[in-house]
Design a protein around this ligand. Structure first.
Ligand code: C2E
Ligand code: CA
Ligand code: CA
Ligand code: CA
Length: 278
């Protein structure tokens, strides 16, 4: 027990101790993972709903843990954010994804965007635009072939995010708002943020065919985005009926298991034709 003021004790349960112990272990192994290059990127195609062409690929990080195998980002991104390790990780992702896209173009694949998830903390950092610019120069990827995904969060530093997004946009990089509809006061920032695309969160897409609230919300988001001159991509499309509904609503692009799960780069390249012929 730990003393907290006068006669007040906070009891740490075994459970809490194990948790913080687990956390420390996890942090140590995350650091080691960065040093040992244990991360890989998987890519998931983003498909033009009209033509069926692949317009982009979202890069999604995986941790190849030496003992545990493939670890989901849901398990380590929160801790990486908490410890600041996310900065190194996101830079690695950015550089690797840009390099990969450039190399696909050099191999003759049709040019497309690569989309990278950046922690929302990064968008309030003054150096972000500089870093992105340097990585684009280093890899030789044209800015229009890079997209950055930002998720709105409660803790987002909006005041410092607005100028960063403006700088990034003027570099020619594309910006999308991820998980759109789940954040708070999304509408408030749509006009202030320099963005190109909204990504409708998969939680709305999931029940599109059975829940009329969700299908109304999706229809409304698409119409509103188009009125504002933004494109829309729907995430988490798993079924043909969902695809049809989104087609009818004039959604621009789709992404989801219906077309492909996120797959390793070699597989993406190998199956490029089939991925867009679904
Ligand atoms: P997100 O950016 O919203 O990514 C979408 C997640 O949905 C991915 O999970 C993807 O594999 C999954 N998904 C794709 N299609 C479907 C579908 O049809 N149905 C269902 N049920 N799920 C689908 P993943 O790869 O496990 O990534 C989880 C989250 O981790 C991401 O959510 C993103 O927030 C974060 N993340 C992933 N990679 C990175 C990264 O490189 N940097 C940062 N900062 N965050 C990342
Ligand atoms: Ca994303
Ligand atoms: Ca998302
Ligand atoms: Ca998400």
């Amino acid at each position: 027990a730990k003393q907290r003021g006068k006669n007040q004790y906070v009891i740490y349960s075994d459970d809490m101790q194990t948790k913080s112990h687990e956390k420390i272990k996890m942090e140590t192994s995350l650091r080691r993972a960065i040093d040992n290059n244990e991360f890989v990127l998987y890519y998931q195609p983003q498909i033009d709903i009209k033509s069926g062409d692949i317009k982009g690929a979202e890069a999604l990080i995986r941790w190849m843990h030496p003992e545990r195998g493939l670890v989901s980002p849901y398990e380590f991104i929160p801790l990486a954010e908490e410890t600041g390790l996310i900065i190194q990780m996101d830079q690695w992702v950015l550089r690797t994804a840009c390099m990969q896209n450039k190399s696909w173009q050099e191999k003759g694949l049709p040019p497309m965007r690569v989309a990278v998830n950046l922690s929302s903390q990064q968008f309030s950092k003054e150096y972000l635009a500089e870093t992105v610019k340097a990585i684009l120069e280093e890899t030789g990827l044209e800015p229009k072939f890079l997209e950055l995904e930002i998720t709105e969060t409660m803790t987002m530093d909006v005041e410092h995010t607005i100028p960063t997004l403006r700088q990034l946009h003027s570099l020619g990089v594309q910006i999308s708002i991820d998980d759109f509809g789940t954040g708070y006061s999304s509408l408030n920032y749509l006009k202030k943020f320099s963005i190109d695309r909204l990504k409708i969160d998969q939680s709305f897409v999931r029940d599109i065919m059975t829940n009329s609230h969700d299908s109304d919300i999706v229809g409304t988001i698409i119409a509103m985005a188009h009125n504002l001159g933004l494109e829309v991509i729907a995430e988490g499309v798993e079924e043909k009926d969902q695809l049809r509904f989104l087609q009818y609503q004039k959604c621009n692009e789709v992404q989801g298991y219906y077309f492909s799960e996120p797959i390793p780069a070699e597989k993406f390249e190998l199956h490029f034709q089939e991925l867009q012929e679904k």
